[in-house]
Design a protein around this ligand. Structure first.
Ligand SMILES: NC(=O)c1ccc[n+]([C@@H]2O[C@H](COP(=O)([O-])OP(=O)(O)OC[C@H]3O[C@@H](n4cnc5c(N)ncnc54)[C@H](O)[C@@H]3O)[C@@H](O)[C@H]2O)c1
Length: 447
């Protein structure tokens, strides 16, 4: 394989992982960010984000990686420049492309052919607009390829190195080929598409995953009302080869840096084109409501939450990351505070990131400190260490040993055997456990 000179703009999750993985494949990579602390950290061997395996990968490939604040360093060295800048939501819900357009304004004079490769998630039509902007700036010799990224935080290095597919949308076939060639050692199917379709593949994939999550969460809510167990139901659904098992885990809803903003962006993109994307609107609303259902579960056992202490266990939007962007813990904490509860919170890696977001919440260094004298413990993020939560030490230290398992992480029978009151999401047993002990469940509930 030919050794390439690759440029990366944006040293966030996607940029840093992309840089490390391309270096691992033997390429020379120049990474540029505008955040000097981030570049300084990376240049001195510190990884500013928590992502399993990333630190080792960067260390192993140090000699092929350069970190810089100067965009000129990237364009002087590289033939393929990956754009990995953030595209958060604007107030209108559209994707904020200001960082993408700043990059375009910053492109220096180049005397060799360079291909700009868009890895950031952007609305359909962005490639066309960028192409127009490049041409207007006299940069017709700068190519453009859409190459959306599908990695998930927490498993990003593995996902990048073992992609289900690589999507390449190009205006010029040669440019698309140059990008596809980089991925050849990974032996993944390559979907060659026009630029607009490549952009839509990313948005539609995310929307589909979110639809599955909101779907199983609604099934869970109906399970609670009817006496079925969503974990069993999901197992039975997932074995159907037409459906598959993924993203059928009921819980308190999705969060993170991608799903919430990308669903809004697609909904607004449709609306801006005169189409009301009803299904996606419902998916988003179901997710919002799902986060709040925990409050009712707590009230069912504790009555009013005023003055009660609730421990939130796990704060990051998912395990194995310290990313707090749009984490359900943020909504949950503020709902609980609004109900007058005292909120304590613990996370194995995201406490620092959580500090400025969870005002009014007491952050603790240890799980035991979080649950001490608490009236309830809520599993918000399914960190593996929380599987050990139902211990004697935890039970005895709580004021009331109530666990609300927002991720269906624990086995209901063993948690109850360990002396806890247990509530999960969409599990028949949680409905039955909420009934007065003397009352026999009706036949419908048992069915
Ligand atoms: N995080 C994920 O799991 C994930 C997965 C797939 C796709 N994406 C998409 O990839 C893009 C990047 O996401 P992320 O999570 O890595 O974002 P991030 O916020 O972690 O990182 C973006 C980085 O870009 C830098 N930046 C801003 N302007 C710049 C410029 N002009 N030049 C160089 N750097 C600049 C920022 O300082 C920041 O470090 C987004 O569009 C996102 O939707 C993210």
């Amino acid at each position: 394989m030919e050794r390439e000179a690759i440029g990366i703009l944006g040293a966030g999750w996607v940029g840093t992982v992309t840089a490390a993985c391309f270096a691992e494949l033997g390429h020379d990579v120049v990474v540029r960010d505008v955040d000097s602390a981030r570049i300084e950290a990376l240049a001195t061997g510190h990884v500013p984000i928590y992502e399993p395996g990333l630190e080792e990968l960067l260390e192993r490939n140090r000699e092929r990686l350069t970190f810089t604040l100067e965009i000129g360093d990237v364009f002087r060295a590289a033939r393929l420049v990956f754009v990995c800048v953030g595209t958060p939501s604007t107030h209108s819900g559209d994707a904020d492309l200001s960082a993408v357009y700043t990059v375009l304004d910053e492109i220096p004079e180049v005397d060799h052919r360079v291909v700009l490769v868009m890895k950031s998630t952007v609305p359909v039509g962005t490639g066309e607009k960028v192409r127009g902007a490049l041409d207007a700036r006299g940069l017709a010799h700068v190519g453009y390829v859409s190459n959306p990224e599908f990695l998930a935080e927490g498993t990003a290095v593995h996902d990048f190195s073992h992609p289900d597919r690589v999507v390449v949308g190009a205006f010029a076939t040669d440019d698309g080929e140059s990008v596809a060639a980089l991925y050849r050692p990974l032996e993944a199917p390559v979907v060659h598409a026009d630029v607009a379709s490549a952009e839509m593949i990313k948005l539609a994939s995310n929307a589909f995953l979110m639809t599955r999550i909101s779907f199983i969460n609604e099934i869970a809510n109906v399970c609670e009302a009817t006496g079925a167990d969503v974990v069993k139901v999901a197992e039975g659904i997932g074995l159907d080869h037409r459906l598959g098992p993924h993203f059928l885990r009921a819980g308190i809803g999705y969060g993170g840096s991608c799903f919430p903003k990308d669903s809004l962006a697609l909904k607004q993109l449709a609306a801006n084109s005169g189409y009301h994307f009803q299904l996606l609107a419902a998916v988003i609303e179901v997710n919002e409501l799902q986060k709040r259902r925990v409050v009712h579960k707590l009230e069912k056992h504790l009555g009013t939450l005023r003055g009660k202490t609730v421990a939130l266990l796990g704060l990051a939007f998912k395990p194995h990351t310290n990313d707090m962007r749009e984490a359900p813990s943020i909504v949950l904490a503020s709902r609980l505070l609004a109900e007058g509860a005292k909120v304590r919170a613990w996370d194995p890696v995201a406490v620092d990131e959580a500090r400025s977001l969870l005002t009014g919440v007491e952050l603790t260094d240890s799980l035991l400190d979080a649950v001490r004298d608490a009236d309830a413990a809520v599993i918000v993020t399914e960190w593996p260490e929380l599987q050990e939560l139902p211990t004697e030490a935890v039970r005895d230290s709580m004021r009331t040993p109530l666990i609300v398992d927002g991720r269906n992480l624990l086995d209901p029978a063993s948690v109850r055997e360990a002396g806890f009151t247990y509530e999960a999401i969409g599990r028949a047993s949680s409905l039955l456990s909420g009934l007065p002990e003397t009352e026999e469940p009706s036949r419908e509930l048992k069915a």
